[in-house]
Design a protein around this ligand. Structure first.
Ligand SMILES: Nc1nc2c(ncn2[C@@H]2O[C@H](COP(=O)(O)OP(=O)(O)O)[C@@H](O)[C@H]2O)c(=O)[nH]1
Ligand SMILES: [Mg+2]
Length: 246
């Protein structure tokens, strides 16, 4: 398999587009590890029924208690790594980033031997369809600016729910320890990568990490991230700064 994607799922029973995932598993060599993050709405049943239809490329994990996206992704990544695909990654269940964007992210690895991680970036450019509510866009820009200052890295969008990695020991190391933050563990991943490769200048980091602008991204209604999560993210960024970056 070329890639195995972890899809964290919290109360996604009615929102999950199982047809889109099944079609993708059927038509490509991409595999999926769905992780039910202690949902209370029958998500696990939906996931299991879907995975049973394509057991070779889909599996469903169940976490007893709601642990947050970071831990759900981390649990899934351990399983995904065992699948032996060249790349692993994680992808939000709402398909705000359509699965059709995956190839563009994976093709970044071609000819870049040291590249470890590719992040989808929601950059609004003419000719691209990036639809996001204005308030979330501006809150996101503010947050991204604080993150790039903390990481000393001009990263545009750390919070897009689509990220892929080379499936190797370094990636296993990035996910080895639990994350400090439930929501902005993406920032921790970058800080861990900076530490692991001992490279801090933006030029050095770009051999290990790049952002790929998406062609389509749609803010899916019923997202569960609210304004208080913005406040929590700011608090978590402080924690991450003290732990990894000071
Ligand atoms: N809200 C929330 N989402 C979780 C949790 N655990 C895993 N997820 C998944 O994290 C992803 C992002 O959540 P989503 O609600 O789309 O966030 P938003 O689009 O940023 O508002 C989805 O795949 C969720 O199912 C959790 O504890 N809470
Ligand atoms: Mg979403």
């Amino acid at each position: 398999m070329s890639a195995t994607l972890v899809v964290p799922c919290f109360n996604e029973a009615s929102r999950l587009d199982t047809k889109a995932f099944l079609a993708h598993a059927e038509n490509t060599d991409v595999g999926f590890v769905f992780v039910d993050d202690g949902s209370r709405d029958g998500t696990y049943d939906v996931l299991r029924r879907m995975a049973d239809q394509r057991p070779a490329s889909m599996s469903a994990l169940h976490l007893e208690r709601n642990a947050g996206k970071a831990e759900a992704v981390r649990s899934g990544m351990r399983v995904a790594a065992e699948r032996g695909s060249t790349f692993v990654g994680f992808w939000d269940a709402d398909l705000a980033t359509p699965l059709g964007e995956l190839d563009a992210l994976l093709s970044c690895f071609a000819g870049r031997d040291q590249l470890q991680m590719v992040m989808g970036a929601r950059v609004l450019l003419l000719g691209r369809r990036i639809t996001r509510r204005a308030v979330r866009h501006y809150a996101g820009r503010l947050f991204a600016t604080a993150v790039s200052m903390a990481l000393r890295l001009p990263v545009y969008d750390t919070q897009c729910g689509a990220k892929v990695f080379r499936n190797d020991d370094l990636t296993r190391q990035l996910f080895a320890e639990p994350f400090l933050s439930r929501w902005i563990f993406d920032v921790e991943l970058i800080a861990r990568l900076q530490q692991a490769v001992g490279a801090r200048s933006p030029e050095q980091m770009a051999t290990y990490l790049i952002e790929q602008p998406l062609t389509t991204w749609t803010d899916v209604p019923d997202g569960k991230v609210k304004m208080r999560d913005f406040v929590r993210s700011a608090v978590d960024l402080g924690k991450i700064y003290r732990h990894y970056l000071r």
